[in-house]
Design a protein around this ligand. Sequence first.
Ligand SMILES: Cc1cc2nc3c(=O)[nH]c(=O)nc-3n(C[C@H](O)[C@H](O)[C@H](O)COP(=O)(O)O)c2cc1C
Length: 151
Amino acid sequence: MTVIQGIVEHGDERGRTLGFPTANIQLFDNQAEDGVWAAVIRTDSGKPWLAAVSIGRRQTFYAQTGNKLLEAHLLDFNDDLYGRQLTVTLTAKLRDQQTFSTINALTEQLHHDVTATRNWAQQHYRWLVSPGSHENGAAIWPLPRTLAAAQ
Ligand SMILES: Cc1cc2nc3c(=O)[nH]c(=O)nc-3n(C[C@H](O)[C@H](O)[C@H](O)COP(=O)(O)O)c2cc1C
C-alpha cells in the first residue's frame, strides 16, 4: 500500500462549490499512481478518517498540463485542514482518472466514488483495526451513519 505524507495547501476551491471539498497535497510526478482510491487518512492529531482520494492532474479542467495533485475528500468531515500534515494510505484503487465532458457528469461520478469508498470500508475496515490500537477501543474512523446503525 502506498503511504503519502504532506501538508495541505489551498486548491482552486472548486471542490467546495461541487459539494466535494478536498484537502490538496502537491505530489512529485512519480510519487504515486494516478487514479481514484479509497483511503485512510490520519491527521496530525492522529485521528483516522475515511476518504475518497484523487491522484492526478484534474484533466477535466487542465488537460495534462496541471500539477500532479493528491485531492482527498474526507467523509463526514467538515473542519479546516489547511497547513495541517496528513498521512494518506491508499488502500484500494476504485478507478482510473477520467476526463468528463460536463461538471454534472464529474459530480455524479464523485457521488459514486464516495459510495464505493463506504462500501469498501464496510467490507474491510474490521481487518484493518488491530484490537487495542485505538485508545478507547473505538472504531478506526467515525462510522458512516448506516454502519453505526447496523452495529
Ligand atoms: C474522489 C475524487 C475523484 C476525482 N476524479 C477526477 C477525475 O476522474 N477526473 C478529473 O478531472 N478530476 C477528478 N477529480 C478532481 C476534481 O476535478 C477536483 O477535485 C475539483 O475540480 C476541485 O478541485 P479544487 O479543489 O482544486 O478546486 C476527483 C476528485 C475527487 C475528490
